[in-house]
Design a protein around this ligand. Structure first.
Ligand code: TEU
Ligand code: CA
Length: 544
């Protein structure tokens, strides 16, 4: 029997296929590119890869608008390519998890094309339709883009509902036929041998009745709404038949509620959650930095609230957020390393987003048309909220999700070794110094630090399931904590700020002897009073 909780001591790596590696020089990354780079990922030390959507898609939202769940988007390759990826990864002991996008489909999915044909079509109630007129939608709910969550269909005098773009109509989960079709698709992939799913926008699948009155949060009517437990339980029962991991993108599931979602002893639905609070509440557009104290408080609260049986997914970057070494760090080696050791040694399963291990930074966007379609929508919203064109550009350039989507930097050649042709999104000029080839050579590189960190994380049980205790709770930038199991105790001291900090350590720490196991600042030693340099991090092990 395979170990069902293999993910507890695993380190994951997120591949955004479009920007990872292009093997046929069309400027778009592909599945063969992931196959080619498996040895790189093995050498880094990762145990599983989460691959962003590779399914057939009109690509309005870079693959999050799926028109066929069981075939591969030709830009990315073929089903044979995928099977080869799966078997070659498995041969290297690397697992593969895929994105599961079932809150919505593409408006080009055959179900929706049928559904749109008219009220009598057998697929009509695969989606959410309600009576409307051109100027009066069924209610005034807004989608995440800020526009109406409804799109009118003249033909039938009804509108359909979507929490994302109009080209991403929401599925009707109340319809058992929809659920059966989705469950069949899920089994199809699991039977093919994949190792789990990252469940996209999963907390939105249940909606309030259309006459629900919104108070403050415009998205409350589709954030972890009552009744979702029925669907999540059905999903859980399928996953439980396999040895797979599940990580839900579940905004609206608070840290308090997350234990019921993730603790098997509380009949949890999934293994872990990507909370989004660390991004949205700690750095607002217009503020140019993520505040270290806010960041620390969110992460520490999730650590505490899930301590008693729940589990966290740990991350600092993904394909929807800017580069952490720009918005929290100061674009140096030092800050990239400090951030890495700080989040990766928390309790949970750490994920690394492609390029993060190199310290890749935001792209210096200067014109709106350098950014991708859906992001432009947000651009308009920021402008409409009263900012000048220049300010809007500054905010967007800083927070745009395209910052994370520029091509992976493999070497210092023209297109960074990603492709020989002009890539779909520009390569950052700093690939001349920030790239895999250069960082392999440099023993002090961010990449080599990540390798040591991953090895350390996996070598000690205390890091996976040990307890978490925050110390120096209120220091504005020092993030310091203990990880402890029956055998070992580790202490992490990290300064996520740009100013040096003077801190006083509690007696219960000072009275012991500590040995440095990983650091980016050789001068740091345990003393009652100590000075922690900007972006210094040290991991200590208690020796007596
Ligand atoms: O993102 C979804 C997402 O961030 C929302 O579900 C979130 O809950 C909301 O903005 C509230 O803060 C995922 C993908 O990661 C993204 O790339 C897709 O564009 C999106 O879903 C639609 O599928
Ligand atoms: Ca390609």
């Amino acid at each position: 029997m395979a170990d069902k909780t293999w993910w507890k001591n695993a380190v994951g790596y997120q591949v955004y296929p479009r920007s990872f590696k292009d093997t046929n020089d069309d400027g778009v990354g592909d599945i063969r590119g992931i196959i080619e780079k498996l040895p790189y990922l093995k050498d880094l030390g990762v145990d599983f890869i989460w691959v962003n959507p590779i399914y057939k898609s009109p690509n309005v939202d870079n693959g999050y608008d799926i028109s066929d769940y069981e075939s591969i988007e030709p830009e990315f390759g073929t089903m044979d390519d995928f099977k080869e990826l799966l078997s070659k990864a498995h041969a290297l002991d690397i697992k593969i998890i895929l994105d599961l996008v079932v809150n919505h489909t593409s408006d080009q999915h055959p179900w929706f094309l049928e559904s749109k044909k008219g009220k009598d079509n057998p697929y009509r109630d695969y989606y959410l339709w309600a009576d409307a007129t051109e100027d009066k939608m069924p209610n005034d709910w807004k989608s995440f883009s800020g526009h109406s969550a409804w799109t009118y269909d003249k033909n039938s005098g009804q509108a359909y509902f979507h929490v994302f773009a109009a080209q991403q109509p929401d599925l009707n989960w109340k319809n058992p036929k929809v659920r059966q079709a989705i469950y069949k698709m899920i089994r199809w992939w699991l039977d093919l041998g994949i190792d789990g799913f990252r469940m996209d926008a999963i907390s939105h699948i249940q909606k309030e009745p259309w006459d629900f009155k919104i108070k403050d949060n415009p998205w409350a009517p589709f954030m972890n709404v009552k009744g979702i437990d029925k669907y999540m339980t059905e999903l859980r029962d399928i996953f439980n038949e396999y040895s797979v991991m599940t990580v839900g993108e579940a905004s609206g599931v608070t840290s308090r509620k997350a234990i019921n979602w993730t603790d098997p002893n509380r009949d949890g639905y999934i293994n872990m959650i990507f909370q989004l609070e660390q991004n949205v509440q700690v750095g607002k557009p217009g503020e140019q930095r993520i505040q270290p104290l806010g960041f620390k408080k969110v992460l520490a609260r999730w650590q505490r609230d899930l301590a008693d049986g729940g589990w966290n997914a740990l991350y600092v970057e993904n394909h929807d957020n800017p580069r952490i070494n720009t918005v929290l760090g100061n674009q140096t080696k030092q800050s990239a390393k400090a951030i890495a050791a700080t989040y990766m040694l928390l309790r949970g399963t750490p994920f690394i987003y492609q390029g993060q291990e190199l310290g890749m930074t935001n792209y210096p966007f200067t014109k709106p048309d350098q950014m991708d379609g859906l992001d432009m929508d947000i651009f308009k919203q920021i402008e409409q909220s009263g900012h000048s064109k220049e300010e809007t550009m500054k905010i967007m350039s800083h927070w745009s999700r395209d910052n994370a989507r520029t091509p992976m930097q493999w070497d210092d050649s023209k297109f960074a070794g990603f492709s020989d042709k002009t890539p779909w999104l520009a390569v950052n000029d700093n690939h001349q110094t920030i790239n895999v080839e250069a960082e392999i050579q440099d023993s002090d590189s961010i990449l080599n630090f990540y390798k040591k960190l991953i090895a350390l994380r996996k070598s000690e049980k205390a890091f996976s399931d040990g307890s978490f205790e925050l110390i120096l709770d209120n220091d504005p930038s020092v993030f310091s904590y203990l990880r402890k199991d029956s055998e070992q105790t580790f202490l992490i001291i990290s300064n996520l700020g740009e100013k040096s900090r003077n801190v006083t350590l509690p007696e219960k720490i000072v009275k012991h002897n500590w040995q440095v196991v990983l650091t980016n600042d050789e001068t740091l030693q345990i003393n009652k009073n100590l000075q922690v340099a900007p972006f210094a991090v040290t991991v200590f092990k208690k020796i007596n």
